[in-house]
Design a protein around this ligand. Structure first.
Ligand code: SF4
Length: 447
């Protein structure tokens, strides 16, 4: 670096989904190749990056609030480099600089590999820089990754999305779907297995459409079969699935594959067909139930989790009731529940009959209350069973206990020792709560 007063450290604050966490892992590796080290806190950093999310208005506001606070840091230390990257940067672009003129870099979702060059340009006094254009090549495959977790790794299999659900901004900020080639993925997962990783989570906005852009011989089904055959990795997870693209025979494949976990995250979004149609989701509640039925017929102990939106424009009380009824009928094991947040450019933002905030909140509270009861009951149903846990580390709430997950993605906290971390253990489940399970008495270890 040619600025001796710039602190050689970085801090990345990540907002939003696992794809952003994965992008941060790439940016950290890129910065470390430039000899920057990770700062222990934001005040210690010479470069601060906010890796942003824009799926809901709340996410925008959080980033704006934090950026406002950094004005004082920049005044005290003009050498400090402040950058925003990710989805909100892609959405708001130059507006960031109008609102926060002390920002040095606005980088969208496409060109993390250009980070070294862009930072050099900022250091050379050529900032502020805005870089938002779409890449023409699959540049992501060439980038390094710095993973903090040594047991479980995120592996992006595709970027972008072609679906344009009426409420969703993702296709506007992450562009068309670009699937990574199976050979690249096999190599990456092989390397992870050789480095001792036990679990991978395949990431995509819509994993089920994996390969649609590569050719007819490529599919998510085929990819799972290939990865399941690799030695070393014990568990394969994937997020997020789209019910419209989840053929029943994919359930058959998953039921046969040993390493693919018995956890299906299938965003239903609404229990009402008319709302689903206006959301452009491409399935009915009945289609969804057929899928659930197939899963439970083939894998009775599978967990099924979901995403639900309340207060979509025009949603009536009766239509909301259908979502509550769907929750009760399907008995989801867990759900991420949101009140609808209009996002610019999306179809639904222009719909009439936007639901007042108070009403959305009230519906959300009712749905969460319904969910909590069912989730707790389903966790209590696990009491007395013996579960295979991949031990991830010490519990954040109780440093004397270990934590890990079942294959069905339930959190389990239990007594154990340091050497269990990174291994599979059989744990006897003794209590169930809405947050997860408590267990004890490891019966014997697997590995
Ligand atoms: S499938 Fe729909 S909800 Fe999911 S990222 Fe694509 S547009 Fe958004």
């Amino acid at each position: 670096m040619n600025n001796p007063t710039l602190k050689q450290s970085y801090y990345i604050q990540t907002y939003g989904c696992q794809m952003n966490v994965s992008d941060t892992e790439v940016m950290e590796a890129v910065l470390e190749q430039m000899n920057f080290t990770k700062a222990s806190c934001i005040e210690e950093a010479g470069i601060i990056l906010f890796n942003t999310c824009c799926v809901r208005e709340n996410a925008d506001l959080k980033v704006y609030g934090r950026l406002g606070e950094l004005k004082e840091n920049k005044r005290k230390n003009p050498e400090l480099i402040i950058g925003v990257v990710g989805c909100l940067s892609q959405k708001d672009g130059a507006n960031f600089l109008k609102r926060f003129p002390y920002i040095d870099l606005v980088l969208g979702t496409y060109k993390h590999g250009r980070l070294p060059y862009l930072i050099q340009e900022v250091i050379a006094g050529k900032g502020p820089i805005i870089e938002l254009s779409e890449r023409k090549v699959r540049e992501e495959e060439e980038l390094p990754v710095k993973r903090e977790n040594e047991i479980s790794a995120y592996v992006p299999i595709s970027y972008g999305c072609d679906q344009f659900c009426a409420f969703c901004i993702v296709p506007f900020v992450r562009g068309k779907q670009r699937s990574r080639h199976p050979k690249t993925l096999m190599k990456e997962v092989q390397n992870l297995a050789e480095s001792g990783y036990k679990e991978i989570t395949l990431l995509g906005q819509n994993v089920n459409t994996y390969g649609f852009d590569l050719g007819p011989e490529h599919s998510f089904d085929e990819l799972l079969k290939l990865l399941d055959g690799l030695d070393g990795i014990e568990r394969i997870r994937y997020i997020t699935s789209h019910p419209k693209f989840f053929p029943l025979d994919l359930v058959d494949t998953i039921a046969r594959l040993k390493k693919v976990c018995e956890h299906f995250h299938l965003p239903l979004q609404s229990g009402d067909d008319e709302v689903l149609k206006r959301m452009r989701r491409g399935y009915t509640y009945n289609d969804y139930k057929k899928l659930v039925h197939r899963i439970r017929a083939l894998i009775p102990h599978a967990s099924i989790t979901t995403d639900l939106i309340v207060g979509f424009p025009g949603e009536t009380e009766e239509q909301f009731q259908k979502t509550l009824e769907a929750y009760q009928e399907i008995q989801f094991d867990q759900a991420f529940m949101f009140s609808y947040s209009p996002r610019e450019k999306t179809r639904a933002a222009a719909f009439e009959n936007q639901i007042p905030e108070l009403e959305k909140k009230e519906r959300l509270h009712r749905l969460i209350a319904c969910s909590n009861k069912i989730v707790e009951k389903k966790n209590k149903d696990q009491v007395g069973t013996i579960q295979e846990i991949l031990v991830e580390g010490f519990s954040k709430k109780n440093a004397n206990r270990l934590t890990g997950r079942t294959r069905t993605n339930r959190i389990v906290v239990f007594d154990g020792s340091q050497e269990m971390i990174g291994t599979l253990q059989k744990i006897h489940i003794e209590n169930g709560y809405s947050w997860g399970l408590e267990g004890n008495a490891a019966v014997s270890s697997y590995a």
